[in-house]
Design a protein around this ligand. Structure first.
Ligand code: KIV
Ligand code: NA
Length: 276
C-alpha cells in the first residue's frame, strides 16, 4: 500500500474529499487505526494528558514524543505519521527548531511535524520546511499556551481575534505549512479560514466546514474521562468495557475459576514422578 503524502492532502482539498485524522501513541493502536483507513496519524503531545497522566501538554519532552513516535511508525504502514513538536522545542532558535523537527523524522521516522502558533512561528516554519520537513500548523486553542490563554476556551469569537487568526493562517501557508489544525474556534470562522487557504484545514472543535477532522483516539474510544470537551463524539465506551473485563478477571482469579483447562499445560505422569 502506498502511504498518504502531503500531495494527497492537497489533492483531497482540491477534490473536496474530507481528510480523516486521529491520534495514536503506541504500536497496537497505530496498527488498528491504520487498518481502518485513516489518512493521517498524529503522535500528539496530548500524549501528556491521555497516556502520561499530566494535566497539560507542557511537561511533554522530545524524548517522550520520539519514544511513542517510534512505536506508532512501526504500526502505521499507510497513514501519514505526524510528530508533534513539544513545548519549547521550537522556540529557542531556528537552529534548535530544525534540529528537533529533524529528530522526529530521523529518530521517530515521522513523515511530518506539527507545531503551534501563527505569525510568531512563521520564520521557524520556513526554516523547517527549507530542510525538507513538511510542517503542519496549529491555530486557535493551542494547548501549549494554555497558561497564557487563561484556560481551555473557544478562540477567535470576536471580530478582531478572528481577523488575527486569518492573518496567522495566511502567514503559515506562506511560510510553507502543508496543512493547519484549527482547534476550538467558531465554525463560521473555520469556514472563512478554509476558503481563504489553498492548504487543507483540519478541525477539532471547529465544525464541518474544515477540509478534515482530527480527534484524540482516547476520547473517540471513551477511554479517557478526566475531561471530555464538547467537540468530542464518543464512538465507543471502552472505559466501561475495560473496567468490566478487569473486574471479571479479578473475580475469576479470586474464585479460582480462571485459569480453565484450555489455558494450562500438562506433563506426563511418569515425568512428574522423576521430580521426587
Ligand atoms: O496533541 C494533539 O493531540 C493535538 C490534536 C488535538 C490536534 O494537537
Ligand atoms: Na498537540
Amino acid at each position: 500500500t502506498k502511504r498518504v503524502t502531503t500531495a494527497d492532502f492537497r489533492r483531497m482539498k482540491q477534490e473536496g474529499q474530507p481528510i480523516a485524522m486521529l491520534t495514536a501513541y503506541d504500536y497496537p493502536t497505530a496498527t488498528l487505526v491504520d487498518a481502518s483507513g485513516i489518512d493521517a496519524i498524529l503522535v500528539g503531545d496530548s500524549l501528556g494528558n491521555v497516556v502520561l497522566g499530566y494535566d497539560s501538554t507542557v511537561p511533554v519532552t522530545m524524548e517522550d514524543i520520539i519514544h511513542h513516535l517510534r512505536a506508532v511508525t512501526r504500526g502505521a504502514k499507510r497513514a501519514m505519521v505526524i510528530g508533534d513538536l513539544p513545548f519549547l522545542s521550537y522556540h529557542i532558535s531556528k537552529e534548535e527548531s530544525v534540529r528537533n523537527a529533524g529528530r522526529l523524522m530521523q529518530e521517530g521516522l515521522a513523515q511530518a511535524v506539527k507545531l503551534e502558533g501563527g505569525r510568531e512561528v512563521a520564520e521557524t516554519v520556513r526554516a523547517i520546511t527549507a530542510a525538507g520537513i513538511p510542517v503542519m500548523g496549529h491555530l486557535g486553542l493551542t494547548p501549549q499556551s494554555v497558561h497564557q490563554l487563561g484556560g481551555f476556551k473557544v478562540q477567535g469569537k470576536d471580530g478582531e481575534a478572528a481577523r488575527k487568526l486569518l492573518e496567522d493562517a495566511k502567514a503559515l501557508e506562506q511560510a510553507g505549512a502543508f496543512a493547519i489544525v484549527l482547534e476550538c474556534i467558531p465554525q463560521q470562522l473555520a469556514g472563512v479560514l478554509t476558503e481563504a487557504l489553498s492548504i487543507p484545514t483540519i478541525g477539532i472543535g471547529a465544525g464541518g466546514r474544515c477540509d478534515g477532522q482530527v480527534l484524540v483516539i482516547n476520547d473517540l474510544l471513551g477511554m479517557f474521562s478526566d475531561f471530555t470537551p464538547k467537540f468530542v463524539k464518543q464512538y465507543a465506551n471502552l472505559k466501561e468495557q475495560i473496567i468490566q473485563a478487569c473486574a471479571a478477571y479479578k473475580d475469576e482469579v479470586k474464585g479460582r475459576v480462571f485459569p480453565e483447562p484450555q489455558h494450562v499445560f500438562n506433563m506426563a505422569e511418569e515425568e512428574l514422578k522423576k521430580i521426587y
